[in-house]
Design a protein around this ligand. Sequence first.
Ligand code: DOR
Length: 450
Amino acid sequence: MTYDLIIKNAKVLIPKQINLDLRSELKSESLDVAILNGKIAAIGSFASSQATRVIDATHLHLLPGIIDSQVHFREPGLTHKEDLESGTRAALLGGVTCIFEMPNTSPSTTNEDAFRFKLERARNRCHTHYAFFMGGSPENYAQLGQLEQLPHCSGVKVFMGSSTGTLLVEDDSHLEKILNHTKRRVIFHCEDEYRLRERKKIFADSKDPKDHPQWRDEESAFLATKRIVTLAKKTHHPIHILHVTTQQEMEFLANYKAFVSVEVLPQHLTLSAPECYERWGTLAQQNPPIRNQIHQHSLWKAITDNVVDVIGSDHAPHTAEEKSRGYPQTPSGMPGVQTILPIMLDHVNNGRLSLEKLTQMMTENVRDIFKMKNKGRIQVGMDADFTLVDMNKRVQITNQWIASKSKWTVFDGKWVTGWPTQVILKGQLTMSDDTIIIPHSGEGADFDIS
Ligand code: DOR
């Protein structure tokens, strides 16, 4: 038997139990992984002569291909900020192998034509694998049951508070209708639009981005989260809550793990108010906002306590010019798909979480929550998508490295330890040492929608 590729001597992150129906914790083991026809063919110990190509991964960790399940790549309509090519370029350079892209494009992605247009734009242009969310709205709820079954659809996304774009479902009646018309897990941006609207008046004259977390306060997030969990319980529907930011929400969500999955972002785990606004001004403005250290501490505790399932980036690029308009005319959001893995690996090296746990939250749990087929795990038969990381490599993140059209990051100047050195997509080395070797090799990701 001659394999196409053997990755030798890596510390491989594999499941503790092999059962596809169960989410598994991971362990690291020194192993070789053999690849044939884009799939994992064997895991064990192999002689180099058994393969056309060998990658010696001594001193490296071999992770299942890292998945970023929340990115905004702005195509169509806002492509001066990002497009599918530039966004996936950034993703690949950051060690990400698959992205789930959000529907707040222009026009919003809320019907089959708009969705198929995105798939058409993605074909042969993406540098990573991809899937797209369908936007849920008061107008399309009755069609969502069909729309969520389109190929390469990761599910339905709902904004309960308005952010970039026009997608919004503010009232319980339409939220319940969306849950009743869908089968797959629905994902939610939880900020209570009614409270946001009321509080906006209080800050009408503010010119200070430090007021952003006061306007969009803890209670705005908590209210929306409580409302959607109550509706999910009533309708017996699994839900996923994006970018949770508060202690109140984490304490509440700990009681609902049977049907609620939870995401946090690296920026909320790394930066805190008021310092982030003093240093970065409106570049740190994002929805829901970066809050104080008490909340940040609660997010880390929620990771330790297994309340958090997923780390996503919410990559939400805006140009430097748009961000310099002066608060509150500035759009909310920051790029993050290229920095998510380096920032989190640095947290691993600082002892905040284990590499196994981080990897689980960006592969195994994503696979399980969204019912991905063939991805998210190193196991025979799965797609040969991998991220190789050097846990000792020390690098300074700079704006020059950022491939997003936005060309900036709030982590500019930060030294991190731990770096993605190579990416393999379906058995092909696509990124090595900060360089894209094979471009445009991403394909649509598939889901089990039975
Ligand atoms: O700050 C944000 N910006 N939060 C979101 O959820 C949306 C995003 C964007 O698309 O700009």
